[in-house]
Design a protein around this ligand. Structure first.
Ligand code: HEC
Ligand code: HEC
Length: 313
C-alpha cells in the first residue's frame, strides 16, 4: 500500500514538474543560495554612494532607482555628472543577473564587465580606477568595511566592482503572482489568464520568454513594421556595423515592467498600453482589440515580484 502511495506521489510530482517545464516562462528562485551577503551589503552601500562619481553628485542608484522605479529611471534619458545627458534609456538592474548579456546591445557578457562602464563613462560618473582607490582608501568607513570582509591589503578597484556585482546578484524579485501561479501555489483571475493566452498566441512569447521573460536573445525593433533608426542609439549595429543589426537590441526583461516606464530604448512610450500597442504594430504587424490590450496589461502586471530581500534591510 505504502509503495503504491509513494508511486502515486512520484507520478504527481512528475506531472507537475513536466507541466512546469513546458511553460515558456520559468519562475525566479525564491531563495538565493549563491550570495556572499556581507559582500553584497557592502556593494549596496557603494551602489548608493556618489563617492564613485567625479563631482560626488551621482551614484549608480541615481539612474537605477530600485525603490521607486523598478531599478530603472523615470527620466527618458538619465543625467550623469554636471547634468550631462546619456544616449539611451536606463534599463532595470533588477534580475539583470539572468540576462544573457548586459547593455541594450549586449556589448558585454557579465555584470562584472558591465560595472566599470558607468564609473569610467565621461557623461555618467567619470572617474578612473586609481581615483576610486584613492578615495576609498582614505575613507575610514570603507577601510573598516573592506577589512571586515577579510581584505587586509589596500582597497582595489577590482574589490569595489566585485562588491557591487554581489549586490546586483542579490537584486532578484521573487514570488510575483505569475511565478506563484507557475509553481502551482495560486490561481490567477480570468483577465490575467486571458492576457497570458493572448501573449502566447499572438507571439509575444517568441521573444519574451524564459526566466526573465526576455533578456535571452537579440531581436529587431521593427521586425515587421520598420522603426525609424537613429544613429545616436547604441544598438547592435553600433558595435558590429552590419546593416541588418540596425535597431537590434537585447530583448528587455518584462519582469516588474509596470514599474519601469518610460519604455523602449528611446523612452518613447509612457504607458504599458502604448508599449503593448507599439510592440504589436512594429514587431507583430498586428493591431490589438481593447480586450487584448487590457488583458495583456493585467498579465504583465502579474510579473511584478517582491522587493529584493537585501533592499528591505
Ligand atoms: C548616468 C546614469 C547611470 C549611472 C550613474 C549608472 N547607470 Fe547603469 N545604465 C545606465 C544606462 C543609460 C544603461 C544602458 C546603456 C546601454 O545599454 O548602452 C545602463 C545599463 C546598466 C546595466 C545593464 C542592464 C541591462 O539589462 O543591460 C547594469 C547592470 C547597470 N547599468 C548597472 C549600473 C551600476 C552598477 C552602476 C554604478 C557603478 C550604474 N549602472 C550607474 C545609466 C546609468
Ligand atoms: C520579434 C521579437 C519581439 C516580439 C514578437 C515582441 N517583442 Fe516586446 N520587445 C522586443 C524588443 C527587441 C524590445 C526592445 C525594443 C526597443 O527598446 O526599441 C521589446 C520591448 C518591449 C517592451 C518594453 C520593455 C522596456 O523595458 O522598455 C514591452 C512592454 C514589450 N516589449 C512587450 C511586448 C508584448 C506585449 C508583445 C506582444 C504583443 C511583444 N513585446 C512582442 C522584442 C519583441
Amino acid at each position: 500500500m505504502k509503495m503504491i502511495l509513494t508511486s502515486f506521489i512520484y507520478l504527481f510530482i512528475f506531472i507537475v514538474s513536466s507541466s512546469l517545464a513546458s511553460e515558456p516562462i520559468t519562475p525566479l528562485p525564491k531563495v538565493l543560495t549563491d550570495i556572499d551577503w556581507e559582500k553584497a551589503r557592502l556593494g549596496k552601500i557603494l551602489f548608493f554612494d556618489p563617492i564613485l562619481s567625479s563631482d560626488r553628485s551621482v551614484s549608480c542608484a541615481s539612474c537605477h532607482d530600485i525603490l521607486n522605479a523598478g531599478g530603472a529611471d523615470k527620466r527618458v534619458v538619465s543625467l550623469g555628472i554636471a547634468d550631462m545627458q546619456g544616449n539611451i534609456q536606463s534599463p532595470t538592474v533588477l534580475n539583470s543577473r539572468y540576462n544573457f548579456k548586459q547593455f541594450w546591445n549586449g556589448r558585454v557578457d557579465t555584470l562584472l564587465e558591465q560595472a566599470s562602464g558607468p564609473i569610467h563613462n565621461p557623461v555618467e560618473m567619470a572617474l578612473n580606477a586609481s581615483t576610486v582607490e584613492k578615495r576609498l582608501n582614505s575613507n575610514r568607513e570603507y577601510q573598516k568595511r573592506f577589512y571586515a570582509l577579510g581584505h587586509e591589503q589596500r582597497i582595489t578597484f577590482a574589490m569595489v566592482l566585485a562588491a557591487i556585482v554581489e549586490f546586483e546578484k542579490a537584486l532578484v524579485t521573487p514570488n510575483s503572482p505569475f511565478d506563484q501561479y507557475l509553481r502551482g501555489e495560486r490561481r490567477l483571475d480570468d483577465t490575467t489568464m486571458r492576457g497570458y493566452q493572448h501573449f502566447k498566441k499572438l507571439g509575444c512569447i517568441t521573444c519574451h520568454n524564459g526566466k526573465n521573460v526576455g533578456g535571452n536573445s537579440f531581436q529587431k525593433m521593427g521586425l515587421i513594421t520598420p522603426y525609424e533608426h537613429d544613429e545616436g542609439f547604441p544598438d547592435l549595429f553600433a558595435t558590429t556595423k552590419r546593416e541588418l543589426h540596425k535597431n537590434v537590441f537585447k530583448v528587455p526583461t518584462l519582469r516588474n515592467i509596470e514599474l519601469t516606464a518610460p519604455y523602449f530604448h528611446d523612452g518613447s512610450s509612457d504607458t504599458l498600453k502604448d508599449a503593448i500597442e507599439t510592440m504589436s504594430h512594429h514587431n507583430l504587424g498586428y493591431s490589438h482589440t481593447d480586450e487584448e490590450v487590457e488583458t495583456i496589461t493585467a498579465f504583465l502586471r502579474s510579473l511584478t515580484g517582491e522587493t529584493p530581500a537585501i533592499m528591505k534591510e
